[in-house]
Design a protein. Structure first.
Length: 132
């Protein structure tokens, strides 16, 4: 990883991490993405990619935590918010999923994915009228 660390240039670390992913070396990919965040915290792609690598590694909790960290830095990242909502839905965290889908739907009401996916957590939480 030290060889890929180039001050001011996130690309070498991103390429190294992507190479690890292509070879199914999820632990190494996680380490490279974490290094990318440490050296280039403004590069939001490292957070998204780290979350994906954590999922491939089977670490859902860390994937969720990584997306939450991304949203703390950039609350307007709707794709990350949607991904987080999907992970929450899959894990049964319906209130949390509903929150993220509402924020996304309110921010971008023309996006049918945000609105249509909101029905499931509403239904699970007992708001049948809201789900319809």
């Amino acid at each position: 990883l030290a060889m890929a660390r180039t001050p001011g240039h996130p690309q070498p670390l991103a390429e190294l991490a992507a190479m690890f992913e292509r070879h199914g070396r999820w632990g190494d990919a996680v380490a490279a993405y974490r290094e990318g965040i440490a050296v280039h915290p403004q590069e939001l792609g490292f957070y998204r990619d780290l979350s994906r690598a954590y999922l491939k590694e089977g670490n859902r909790a860390q994937a969720i935590e990584t997306l939450e960290a991304l949203l703390e830095r950039a609350p307007g990242e709707l794709e990350a918010r949607y991904q987080l909502a999907q992970l929450c839905l899959e894990g049964g965290a319906f209130t949390k999923a509903m929150y993220h889908l509402r924020v996304a739907s309110d921010t971008e009401p023309q996006n049918p994915y945000y609105h249509s996916n909101l029905a499931f957590p509403l239904f699970k939480l007992g708001d049948v009228d809201g789900a319809i």
